[in-house]
Design a binder for this molecule. Structure first.
Ligand code: NAD
Length: 369
């Protein structure tokens, strides 16, 4: 069995607490002979700054580049508020994304039936919801130049951000979306603002051409990004995969997240380009942050991080069946009425971080109903 190398970067705040539960699941996968996953643990974020004076060291970065995948907990916290901008905890995460060239951010919005009442939408709109938002992560208005504030004098300033996309950036993110759709319900919505933005016109043109040339078997629908935001609230189950740029993806993925109930439930994956062997660099992390308000209390919800590990098994280790099993174990634990504090509902049993992790491991060995 080829061993997979997985670098664990628990980070700050609740990061180490939720990552400890992933370590239990990795132990289960190895013990059952489903895979051979070798892990190494290192520092990122505020803890790395405390140890080395920088949010990620060159040595850790080299390990990340050599690993088959990286799992991150969370970074940041008030302790590092006064740290210089370039050394702040988030700089470690940004360097990982940049040096691993992670251009595709995958954010599933899945609503477990047991949690449908915790959604801000009505149960019938979200029960069984399963959307994948594919956000372009390394281009667009967050990175385009010029990006500046100019003092015009007389108390006036001018701020400029530049929205810029080139053909290859649109092609590669759209290809990720089409390929994902083929493994799902075969439907892609491409969201842009071609009615008012030149980048939207190019986005539309490139996605349409790529679809025609290589992915004609997938159903493609173009949608204006503002309408997409509205439709996500109105009838979210009409979507399968949504592909969009960095800015719209930032907004639409947070909006879709609200349909699922809690921040503690949301996994994510960031993928880079495939090399000659088809291997993609990849970083898996929960959507939530380091939650300093509850760090050290043992009450953090580990499900987002465990579900991120399931994504790692599916997209980096070709272990889709084991990923399905982990997701089914999460659903089963929720069905049994186990909840962490953030998703607590009347009549359910409240568990701490460790107990929730244990319940999921126990459910993994239970035959499916
Ligand atoms: P946050 O996600 O850390 O917390 C928001 C709220 O959700 C808090 O009340 C928190 O207790 C709760 N929460 C989050 N995750 C939870 C979980 N797993 N279980 C139970 N409750 C959970 O966001 P924030 O408070 O805006 O930021 C705190 C710190 O995290 C900041 O330093 C911020 O920069 C950093 N941050 C890091 C990342 C990252 O590492 N990717 C992402 C977002 C924020």
């Amino acid at each position: 069995m080829t061993p997979y190398k997985l670098l664990l970067l628990p980070g700050d705040g609740i990061g180490p607490e939720v990552m400890a539960e992933v370590a239990q699941i990795i132990g289960w996968v190895n013990d059952r002979g489903l895979a051979s996953i070798e892990t190494e643990t290192d520092l990122v974020g505020g803890c790395a700054y405390d140890a080395h004076g920088e949010a990620i060291s060159d040595l850790t970065m080299a390990k990340a580049l050599q690993a088959d995948a990286v799992m991150l907990g969370a970074v940041g916290g008030p302790k590092w508020d006064g740290v210089a901008y370039d050394q702040r905890p988030e700089a470690g995460l940004l360097r990982l994304r940049k040096d691993l060239q992670l251009f595709a951010n995958l954010r599933p919005a899945i609503c477990y039936p047991a949690l449908a009442d915790a959604s801000s939408l009505k149960r019938d709109r979200v029960d069984g919801l399963d959307i994948m938002i594919v956000r372009e992560l390394t281009g667009g208005v967050y990175f385009g130049e010029p990006k500046e504030i100019t003092d015009l004098g007389h108390g006036q300033k001018r701020a400029v951000d530049t929205q810029v996309y080139e053909t290859y950036e649109i092609e590669r993110i759209a290809a990720v979306a089409f390929e994902l759709a083929r493994k799902r319900r075969n439907l892609v919505h491409s969201a842009d603002k071609r009615n008012v933005m030149k980048t939207g016109v190019l986005w539309h043109e490139v996605v349409t051409r790529l679809h025609k040339e290589r992915y004609a078997d997938v159903t493609l629908q173009h949608i204006l990004a503002d309408n997409c935001a509205m439709q996500l609230m109105r009838q979210p189950k009409q979507f399968d995969v949504i592909v969009t740029d960095n800015l719209f993806g930032d907004m639409l993925s947070d909006e879709a997240a609200m349909a699922t109930g809690s921040l503690g439930m949301l996994p994510s994956a960031s993928l880079g380009a495939a090399d000659a062997t088809g291997r993609r660099r990849a970083l898996y992390e929960p959507v939530h942050g380091s939650a300093p308000d509850i760090a050290g209390l043992g009450i953090a919800n580990p499900i987002a991080t465990i579900a991120s590990f399931a994504m790692c098994l599916r997209y980096s280790f070709e272990l889709g069946d084991t990923a399905d099993r982990i997701e089914a174990a999460i659903a089963s634990v929720l069905d049994q009425g186990y909840r962490t504090a953030d998703i607590m509902q009347e009549g359910c049993q409240k568990l701490g971080t460790d107990a929730m992790g244990e319940a999921i491991v126990t459910a993994l060995d239970r035959p499916a109903a």
